[in-house]
Design a protein around this ligand. Structure first.
Ligand SMILES: [Zn+2]
Length: 440
């Protein structure tokens, strides 16, 4: 009799495999004062109002082994390493959340405030803007830590489901001027649906590989991902929508520059997500295995001090600002850096979907290569995660030349373009983490 009960209990436990808990939280990060908006070097003054409120959101997941993992998404150009390190250290000390179980992804909206030193060489402002940027960044970091805590406090029984849709507005932007180049894009729309025990939708996580650069005026907004999230939330009452930016560094939504276009792309994205939600989706089981590591990316050609000094009289404005920026670093630290610790993260959900979460402005080749390698149906590639510090060109893009592998290094304040080993270095590190999490 005892044996029968024991067997029954074991079966009961097995039946619970894949049981999740989920919690969500959000904080309004709309600036409360005029502040320089991020992403474009062409703006000449700080913000002049708010078109749409912007948010930092957290989704906490607990698998059946009790392992807790938190995805943070934000309507921001990007979290950099200092910001991510701060949030990760706080999350570890306050909530015992380990580094591999925290991901910070930014929508890359070009209508959110400048944070910390992200893309600093791009902007024409002087030290008079620093106090507002510093106030905003510090408040944002506190809010980010708080939403992580609130999402963890909100953990309730949940089920997870995954499927992918498509929408077609991402355009390979390198072809706009260079029409002879190939124009790969990733138009997949991966969707993770999180439902409560009552079957009601609680969270909808969706991804797309495309810049949020529809709008370039001086009003705060989430750009098309902001409209997409708002639309998804209004058609799924009670659910929080999370946008995860993919490998969209070389993709733009085109045409652009009107509010109507931003709303149109947001609406198209919301419709793509809602169609996925209406169709059958694959149940997602635990455990959620996670791994995180940094791998050093080498720069190709770090300038000497003499080279930087001669660039101070360059005719190119960005070359001059870049030289000033690096010389200031040199004066402070006695040298430049010749490599960069690149963050690579993998989350494997049971035997189903895996998220490969990579830093920087990731070009589309990484998504296409890694999905081919690990499975088109259940591999989700995110860029702009944990540290937005440069464009991450593939070897193809580096060889083609142009902004993503070249000029963008100036505005990001990096010493030079990456060494051609950049792509293999990243792909090899992904493979090491994939083995660690035990992808089926
Ligand atoms: Zn960008």
């Amino acid at each position: 009799m005892r044996t029968t009960i024991a067997l029954f209990l074991l079966t009961g436990c097995a039946g619970l495999q894949g049981a999740w808990k989920a919690g969500t939280a959000r904080a309004d990060i709309t600036p409360t004062e005029s502040i320089w908006l991020a992403g474009f070097g062409s703006r000449t003054k700080p913000s002049e109002g708010v078109r749409q409120r912007i948010w930092v959101k957290a989704l906490a997941l607990e698998d059946d082994a009790g392992q807790r993992t938190v995805l943070v998404t934000a309507d921001l150009l990007g979290f950099n390493r200092r910001m991510a390190d701060f949030v990760a250290a706080e999350a570890l000390s306050k909530f015992k959340l380990t580094r591999e179980r925290l991901a910070l992804n930014a929508s890359h909206t070009h209508s959110a405030p400048v944070t910390d030193t992200v893309l600093r060489v791009a902007y024409p402002f002087g030290p008079e803007q620093e106090p507002a940027i510093s106030r905003y960044t510090e408040k944002l970091l506190r809010q980010t830590v708080d939403v992580i805590g609130s999402a963890l406090s909100d953990l309730q029984p949940a089920t997870l489901e995954f499927a992918q849709g498509n929408t077609g507005f991402a355009t390979n932007r390198r072809r706009v001027r260079l029409r002879h180049l190939p124009g790969p894009v990733d138009q997949d729309v991966p969707v993770l649906a999180v439902k409560g025990a009552d079957k009601r939708m609680r969270a909808i996580v969706f991804g797309y590989a495309c810049h949020a650069t529809t709008l370039s005026d001086n009003l705060v907004s989430g750009d098309w991902p902001g409209y997409a999230q708002a639309d998804i939330e209004s058609s799924n009452p009670g659910a929080v929508a999370f946008f995860v930016t993919g490998a969209g560094a070389d993709a733009n939504a085109l045409p652009r520059r009107t509010v109507e276009f931003a709303q149109h792309y947001g609406g198209a994205m919301a419709e793509a997500v809602n169609q996925v939600l209406k169709a059958p989706m694959e149940p997602v089981t635990g455990p959620l295995n996670a791994a995180f590591a940094t791998v050093d990316l080498q720069f190709a050609d770090v300038p000497t001090r003499e080279q930087l000094q001669s660039r101070l009289s360059s005719k190119d404005l960005y070359e001059r600002r870049h030289a000033q920026y690096l010389l200031a670093h040199w004066d402070k630290h006695g040298k430049l850096w010749d490599r960069y610790p690149y963050p690579v993260q993998v989350w494997q959900f049971g035997k189903s979907v895996r998220m490969i979460l990579l830093g920087g402005e990731l070009v589309v080749d990484y998504a296409l290569r890694l999905k081919k390698q690990y499975g088109w149906m259940d591999t989700w590639i995110a860029g702009y995660t944990n540290d937005v510090f440069a464009y991450i060109p593939s070897l193809r893009v580096l060889k083609e030349g142009g902004y993503e592998g070249g000029g963008s290094m100036l505005v990001y304040g990096q010493p030079s373009p990456f060494h051609p080993s950049v792509e293999e270095t990243i792909v090899d590190q992904v493979e090491r983490l994939i083995r660690k999490v035990g992808v089926q």
